[in-house]
Design a protein around this ligand. Structure first.
Ligand code: HEM
Length: 356
């Protein structure tokens, strides 16, 4: 119940923050385009859903532990030596370098997916890069943070105004103008390449075909395709069809975009927000690798950081799993046994049960 109220408050706070950002960023709504109200309303609803869902997820025992430790360890220096029973590292502000590195690895280079395969990595880079580019262009435009206006009396020159500040100007015949006015089309092509690669993988990879579900794995691709295809239909309409059908496609694109925005928080696409936790995990692993170590109570092997083992016990308790049992050394916890011994114990106990 407490977690539900916290989530409702977080969702409402995010809506208010977005509303304030629109009001201030658009110069008191002076540069807000009323034709884009539908997109703005969709964005506000999505902001609520993201705030709500993220708070619910972040309060679950495992993610809460990672976020708590991530914040604590941000300013803790990871030791340099090999893992031994050495004194705990000295706490000094030292997390920024590692945080920047983890950001670059996880969000820009997407190292986690490159390890799973080169083609899969390229597919993900096209999808995430194309969508990020499209989002980075459209949200500021929809919220009225950026607008273009003719420079002086010259209709051939344009000025870019961001948050009320003139940031650039260009001729409508320049390469810059061509790139600027086609950035959304470029992002759409990138997304389409990613979609084709993703669809191919889902059709041909035996492992994926066996485990994928329509709602979890196919619907996100269909929704992204709907947004991309309807966006490109707008371009085709005004570039090649003298604007025929533009009004209809504008509505269909808006419906597709709002559906995607509302779908993100409740689907696997939410991983784009959940990956923030991986920054905490990177820090956790780095500090844990050089801090006090846990040794298996059965074979004495160093198998994990003591912090990790202690935290696992806490999380399991919070989830209601009791893995404590009495051993020769008194009460012990299953987490104090290394994975290899756990497998060995399983076989031994099975053997004992069947009388061998
Ligand atoms: C996968 C992500 C997206 C892709 C690939 C995409 C693609 C496109 C394309 C190709 C166009 C036509 C470009 C042009 O007019 O030159 C377009 C138009 C537009 N998009 Fe999207 N889009 C995406 C997401 C979004 C989002 C998230 C929003 C808003 C929050 C949005 C709002 C708009 C608006 C307002 C227009 C202009 C509509 C009009 O002319 O009536 N798009 N989009």
């Amino acid at each position: 119940m407490r977690s539900r109220s916290a989530a409702l408050i977080a969702g409402a706070a995010l809506v208010l923050a977005t509303l304030a950002a629109i009001a201030i960023g658009s110069g008191g709504m002076r540069h807000f385009d009323p034709a884009l109200t539908g997109y703005a309303l969709g964005s506000l609803m999505a902001a609520f859903a993201v705030g709500y869902r993220f708070t619910v997820w972040a309060q679950r025992p495992p993610s809460r532990m990672y976020f708590k430790r991530g914040l604590q360890l941000l300013f803790r220096r990871a030791g340099k030596s090999a893992p031994t029973e050495k004194p705990a590292p000295i706490p000094v502000p030292h997390g920024a370098g590692t945080l920047g590195f983890a950001l670059a690895r996880n969000f820009v280079a997407q190292e986690f997916i490159r390890r799973r395969g080169l083609v899969r990595w390229m597919m993900h880079l096209c999808l995430s890069g194309g969508c990020t580019l499209a989002f980075a262009i459209t949200f500021p435009l929809v919220f009225g943070w950026i607008h273009f206006e003719p420079l002086g009396g010259d209709a051939e020159m344009y000025r870019v105004v961001a948050l009320g500040v003139n940031v650039d100007s260009f001729s409508v015949h320049s390469v810059k103008a061509f790139v600027m006015f086609n950035l959304l089309n470029i992002s759409a092509v990138l997304v389409l390449i990613g979609l084709v690669m993703a669809a191919w993988r889902r059709l041909t990879d035996a492992g994926e075909r066996a485990t994928q579900t329509f709602t979890e794995d196919i619907v996100p691709l269909l929704l992204i395709f709907a947004v991309t295809a309807t966006g490109l239909a707008l371009t085709v309409s005004y570039k090649f069809l003298a604007g025929r059908g533009h009004g209809l496609w504008a509505i269909v694109h808006m419906v597709a975009v709002v559906s995607l925005l509302l779908y993100i928080p409740f689907s696997k696409l939410f991983h784009m927000f959940q990956r923030t936790c991986s920054l905490c995990v990177s820090r956790y692993k780095k500090v844990g690798a050089t801090g006090p170590r846990a040794h298996c109570i059965r074979c004495g092997e160093d198998f994990a950081s003591q912090m990790h083992v202690d935290d696992l016990k806490t999380v399991l308790d919070e989830l209601g799993f009791n893995y404590r049992f009495s051993g020769a050394q008194g009460e012990v916890h299953y987490q104090d046994v290394c994975p290899a011994c756990r497998r060995g114990l399983l076989a031994l106990n099975q053997g004992r049960t069947i009388g061998r």
